[in-house]
Write a new protein. Structure first.
Length: 345
């Protein structure tokens, strides 16, 4: 499946659906075959919902409601040259099942209206057009109350299974392998195909200097192998950054848990902390996160800071660039911060 081209997938999609924002009739037939549409209801129009970095995500409009339809394909939607597990939507379905018994988490997710593992499709509640929190990279500021919601959400998510809530395993090995490569390996690999000077002159040289730092590279590799790829006691979202939060009148809601797995709680906190720093948010928010978050198991703050350093590093010299227009020199300062976090904690 992972080697299928877009053309092959389009010709013979699993479950009979190739989701396309421009093809409302095809989606109508698919949903009708699953008895999802009500009598007399039809899909009037569709449009792409958000950027959909990993998946194709569509907002469908009927006569009296809207909802979100999401399909995972065997490539990364934003970067079709990168293969990805085609059934990752199934991991998201498993996350919904595991969090159904955690009210604080279940309330934060869009309601699951239909799950079709065969077609790698989820139909979800439409959380509205408020958009995600990537505006933080363009000068918006997260409020303390919004930060509290996210900290409490992570607390509930991490504590539930660590404190004994029965659960099925969720290793998510393929998605972790994909993420591991892009976080811990590719940014520091020689000849990785990235032209960083196109982002800022001199960034290629700065990356080469970091790649030559043996201790830094060794620590990053060890965290990837011994922490990220190792199993742990807590259910993690796995991609807890501003692109996974949706603005609503009642506060941030959480989407896209396809990178979920059972691991160390420090990882989710590290990602959020790193992005608060990358987005230039007030330092007080980072302190607020670290004091508001609560978990019943021992928590290694130094490990969290090292992992945050890795995330900052990969967002500066890796493929997953952020929608940020940094002033000249900022990337170099952030890269130095990443190095210090990894080596000094």
């Amino acid at each position: 499946m992972a080697s299928m081209s877009p053309e092959e997938f389009r010709r013979n999609p699993p479950g009979g659906l190739f989701l396309c924002p421009d093809d409302a009739p095809h989606l109508d037939r698919y949903l009708r075959s699953h008895r999802f549409l009500e009598p007399g209801e039809s899909i009037l129009r569709c449009e792409r919902a958000g950027e959909g970095n990993m998946n194709c995500v569509v907002r469908a409009h009927t006569e009296h409601r809207t909802f979100i339809v999401k399909q995972s394909r065997p490539w990364v939607e934003k970067y079709p040259q990168f293969a990805a597990p085609g059934d990752r939507a199934c991991r998201e379905l498993e996350f919904h099942a595991l969090t159904a018994a955690i009210p604080a988490v279940a309330r934060s997710l869009p309601r699951l209206l239909l799950g079709d593992p065969a077609a790698h499709v989820l139909v979800l509640e439409d959380l509205g057009t408020g958009g995600d929190y990537t505006g933080l990279y363009r000068g918006e500021v997260m409020s303390g109350e919004e930060l509290d919601v996210l900290a409490d959400l992570l607390s509930a998510l991490h504590e539930a299974h660590a404190s004994g809530l029965p659960h099925a395993p969720l290793p998510n090995r393929e998605m972790r392998a994909l993420n591991h490569a892009h976080i811990f390996e590719i940014p520091l690999a020689a000849d990785n195909g990235l032209s960083l000077d196109a982002l800022e002159p001199g960034l290629n040289l700065a990356a080469e200097v970091l790649k030559a730092d043996v201790e830094f590279c060794q620590r990053v590799a060890e965290m990837g192998r011994d922490i990220y790829l190792a199993d742990g006691p807590c259910l993690l979202h796995g991609d807890f950054f501003p692109g996974s939060f949706i603005r609503t009148p009642t506060g941030p809601r959480l989407i896209d848990p396809e990178f979920c797995f059972f691991g160390r709680p420090e990882y989710d906190l590290a990602i959020l902390l790193a992005h608060l720093h990358l987005a230039g948010q007030p330092t007080a928010l980072g302190h607020r996160l670290r004091t508001r978050y609560r978990c019943a198991i021992p928590f290694d703050e130094a490990l969290m800071l090292r992992l945050a350093g890795v995330e900052i590093m990969r967002r500066i010299i890796g493929y997953a660039q952020l929608p940020h227009s940094w002033p000249p020199g900022t990337r170099f300062r952030l890269l130095d911060t990443a190095r210090r976090l990894v080596l000094e904690n």
